[in-house]
Design a protein around this ligand. Sequence first.
Ligand code: FAD
Length: 426
Amino acid sequence: MPFVLSSRQATLWQATAPAAPALAPLDGDVQADTLVVGGGIAGVTAALHLAEAGVDVLLLEAGELGSGATGQSGGLIAPNFVRHTPASIVRDLGRSAGERMTRLVGDSAQLCFDLIARHGIECDARQDGFYTPVHNQRLAATHAQAAVEWAERGFDVSFIGKSETHEILGTRAYCGALRFGRGGSLNPLAYVRGLARAAVEAGARLHVASPVEALERVDDGWRARTPHGRVRARRVVLAANGGNARLHPAMRHAALPLHVVEFATEPLPRELRTRVLPQGGAFTDKAAYIFTGRYDGDGRLISAFPNSFLIRGQQASLNEARRRLARHFEGLESVRIEALWEGVAWINGSFLPEIYNLGGGAFVVQACNGRGISINTAIGIALAGALASDDFETLPISPRRPKPIRFHRAAAQLPKAMMTLAYLSD
Ligand SMILES: Cc1cc2nc3c(=O)[nH]c(=O)nc-3n(C[C@H](O)[C@H](O)[C@H](O)COP(=O)(O)OP(=O)(O)OC[C@H]3O[C@@H](n4cnc5c(N)ncnc54)[C@H](O)[C@@H]3O)c2cc1C
C-alpha cells in the first residue's frame, strides 16, 4: 500500500520536506504597513522581499504554509506560458507589456534557482531542463516557431526532434519537444518553507492557522479579521489563490478550479531509470489530457493527470495512474504507486499571470494557472519591489482590474468537463 494515499493533505512533499519554521496563529490586535494574505509561493516570496526592503510586513495563512496549490503541485520549474508564445503575447498586450511579460516568465526559473542558492534552501532543486513534448506535426511546427521566438530574445530555449526527444524522455510517444534549459524541478513544500524561514529572519511576521474571515476598507487602510485577532494595515496583497474569491467582491468570479491528481512511484530501480527519463529533466506535454514527469532525489517518478468526472475514489485514481505510466513508458506496468494526492489549480480568464489593482492600496496575485512555482516567485519579487518603492510603472505585469468570468457558476464545471472529454479521447 502507498505510505500516503489520496488524502488532500497527504502529499509526497509532506513526507519528505524539512520541517516548517515554528509559527503561531495570530492572537490579538496588531498593525503592519503591508498585510499579505496567503502563505503559498506568491505570498511568502512577496513577504520575504518586502521585509528585505525594510517594509513592516505581516502574512496570514489559513492553514499551514504551502497548504494550497504550492504544496499540492508537482514542483516542475517551467519558465513557459501556458498558452501563449513570446510573439502571441506581444500581439495580445502590445510590444512593451508583451516583452516585459515574456522576460518575467522566461527569467523565472533562473530567479528561483538563484534564490534557493542565496538562502541555502534544501529543496531537492535540480536544474536539469524543462520540456514540453508534442504529439503531432502541427504542434511540432508551432513549437519550433515558439523556440525561435524565445531564442531570438536570448533565452536558452530550443526545439528538439523526435529521436532526441525519445533519447531524453525515454518514450516514443512524442514527435518533438520545446526544451527550456534553465527549467527543472524541486520539492515545492521544502521551497516555500525555506523561503518562509528566510522571511522570518528578514523581519517578516508570519502566522499560520489564521484564516482571514473578513477584510474591510477602513479610513485610509484595511482591516482583516481572523478567529483570534485583527490586523490593521495601510496596504494589502491578496495572494490566497482560490481563496481570493472570498476576500473581495471584485474577485468573486475571477478564477475556475482545475482538479489535478498528482502521484509518485516507489523509488525506481537503476535499470529502469536508465530507460525512463534517463537524463533527468521535467516535462509537461501538450496533449489535452496532460501528462507530466520528473524524478525526486530518491528516484521516485512523479507524474499527474487532470481529474475528470469518470475517475472517482482512490482505487480508480491508482488504476488511472498506472495506466498512464504504462501508456507512456515501457517497464512501468507493475510499478508501485507510493503516494497519490489531489490538488486544485485555479485558472484565471486570461491564462496569464495577473496582478489586479483593486484600488486603495489593495493588490491581488491571481496567477496559478497550473504553472506558478517559478512564475509566482517572480511575481512575488516584482510586486514587493513595486510596493517598497511605490513605483508601479516598472512592474513586469501591468496591474489591471479583475474581469469576472461570464456565467461563472456554469463555467466552474468547464475544466473538469473538458478533462472528462480529454480522458475519453485518450
Ligand atoms: C496539483 C497541482 C500541480 C501543479 N503542478 C505545478 C508544477 O509542477 N509546476 C508549476 O509551476 N506549477 C504547478 N502548479 C501550479 C502552482 O502550484 C501554483 O501556480 C502556485 O503554487 C500558486 O501559488 P500561490 O501562492 O498563488 O497560491 P497557493 O499556493 O494556492 O497559496 C494560497 C494560500 O492562501 C491560503 N488562503 C486561502 N484563503 C485564505 C484566507 N482567507 N486567509 C488566509 N489564507 C488563505 C491558502 O491556504 C494557501 O496556502 C500545480 C498546481 C496544482 C494544484
